[in-house]
Design a protein. Structure first.
Length: 466
């Protein structure tokens, strides 16, 4: 398989090269022979890994970091317009390329599978990447999280297939022309970019419209938004639609999901035959992600029985119900869930795995806009835990919104009958003390959110050990 680099990508400079989406593209380009450079806010294992591939990685943002012979500057939607390297690019007339355009250029000439949906994209993309690799198909992939097995979020493979996570948050998934598109679910999120559910559906319709003629849409037959999307597509003769789920009308029907601690056994009916396979992460939603991956791989002609067996090799993605360790009889698990639907799914999965153990949650809200719109639902979700600690909002790319604080979540949680404690301190040590003081032998502690709450897991384990 040829690995030609588009001319614009020969000497790319990435602003925010350490980010999940950006670093994967940079890694693939470096492995294809590009002279990769970039900058990030702080040192990280990702920065070190890119340097080992020959990339130049600067820490901090400064105009001088951008080489005058850079072929392009790659940015994500999170990069602000006053970034000094972006301003320098304008002075030098260096083309600015969005991350999604860069990724789209890497898919050219490959059989692309683009995985979309409000939730579950990273897990489903990872399951496909692992299963295809297990079968010796040597796929390329770009994922929004690190695989627990290979320990990377991207790979340049010599095989014909390229699996990519397709982000709807900024409509960048409109840039791809996949042979197979997966839509796991369609819900209202990313309130800074979408004003209504109708806008969300229009955006997903545009994404599906980009599927190559003769290609396949793999879509949930269970989730309300996905079913509505399918009904909006009409009779497109050049698109095959393959539905999956527990619905009796699904093309790939889930017959049973049987939990076994932190794993599940899944049985499906596909083309008149029954297949049973193991999913090595707990919860119904992860089992359905696996079925979506199975359906998509089969759409490319990979034997379904082989795929079902290979999916069992998937061992998880960092931050997706990832066991961080155990100390003093307390297990600490990390969850990326930050939307109420994700929170409920992960909490129900852990409740099923916990048996008679107490489930304690440390939740960090992500984004002021999301909290403003969904804070009540977040609080209601926390009622599924035995006790919760709610931290301040992680702002990420947003400026504060007057009157929007994590108190909205705390109040909603208490109204739903939850045992919740608000911790306002920005000091990680103080938060760790509160959580360690609550935990008892046999408990499960779940750190939850898309921000730096993930850093608390090792701290809590160390404090429990002491």
């Amino acid at each position: 398989m040829a690995s030609a680099i588009p001319a614009a990508m020969e000497r790319p400079h990435f602003i925010g090269i350490g980010g999940a989406g950006m670093s994967g593209i940079a890694q693939i380009l470096a492995r294809r022979g590009a002279q990769v450079a970039g900058s990030d806010a702080k040192e990280s294992p990702t920065a070190d890994a890119l340097r080992e591939l020959g990339a130049t990685v600067h820490i901090g943002h400064a105009a001088g970091h951008l080489a005058s012979d850079a072929s392009c500057v790659v940015v994500s939607s999170a990069i602000r317009t006053d970034n000094p390297e972006l301003l320098r690019a304008a002075e030098l007339s260096v083309p600015v390329v969005h991350r999604s355009d860069a990724l789209a250029s890497l898919m050219v000439g490959r059989r692309a599978i683009a995985v979309a949906g409000t939730h579950g994209k990273t897990t489903t993309t990872s399951m496909l990447a692992v299963a295809l690799g297990e079968l010796g198909l040597d796929p390329s992939y770009a994922i929004g999280g690190d695989l627990a097995g290979p320990g990377t979020n991207a790979r340049h493979g010599d095989g014909a297939i390229f699996v990519a996570e397709a982000d709807e948050s900024d409509r960048s998934f409109h840039k791809y022309d996949p042979e197979v598109a997966i839509v796991l679910n369609v819900e209202l999120d990313h309130h800074a970019n979408y004003a209504s559910m109708d806008e969300i559906h229009e955006s997903f319709e545009t994404f599906v419209g980009k599927v190559a003629p003769g290609g396949t849409l793999v879509v949930s037959a269970d989730q309300e938004g996905a079913v509505e999307l399918t009904s909006r597509l009409g009779d497109r003769v050049d698109l095959r639609i393959a539905t999956y789920g527990e619905s009796a009308v699904a093309d790939v029907q889930v017959l049973s999901i049987v939990p076994h601690g932190l794993t599940s056994e899944v049985t499906v009916s596909l083309d008149g035959a029954e297949l049973t396979f193991t999913v090595s992460v707990p919860g119904r939603h992860y089992a359905l992600n696996a079925v979506a991956a199975l359906t998509a791989g089969a759409a490319l002609g990979v034997p379904a029985a082989d795929l079902a067996r290979a999916i069992g090799a998937y061992t998880g993605v960092k931050r997706r119900l990832q066991l961080k360790g155990e100390a003093a009889g307390v297990q600490v698990i990390d969850s990326y869930a930050h939307h109420p639907t994700e929170m409920v799914a992960d909490l129900e999965a852990m409740r099923g795995a916990a048996a008679d153990s107490r489930l304690l949650v440390v939740f960090q809200p992500h984004l002021f806009s999301r909290t403003q719109e969904l804070g009540k639902e977040m609080g209601q979700a926390l009622a599924l835990a035995d006790a919760s600690v709610v931290l301040d909002i992680y702002p990420a790319r947003e400026d504060p919104i007057p009157g929007v604080t994590s108190d909205m979540i705390v109040e909603a949680a208490r109204a739903a009958g939850a045992d919740v404690t608000a911790v306002r301190s920005a000091d990680a040590a103080a938060v760790t003390e509160v959580v360690a003081g609550m935990a008892k032998p046999g408990d499960l502690v779940l750190t939850m959110g898309a921000g730096d709450v993930t850093d608390l897991g090792p701290r809590i384990l160390a404090r429990l050990s002491s």
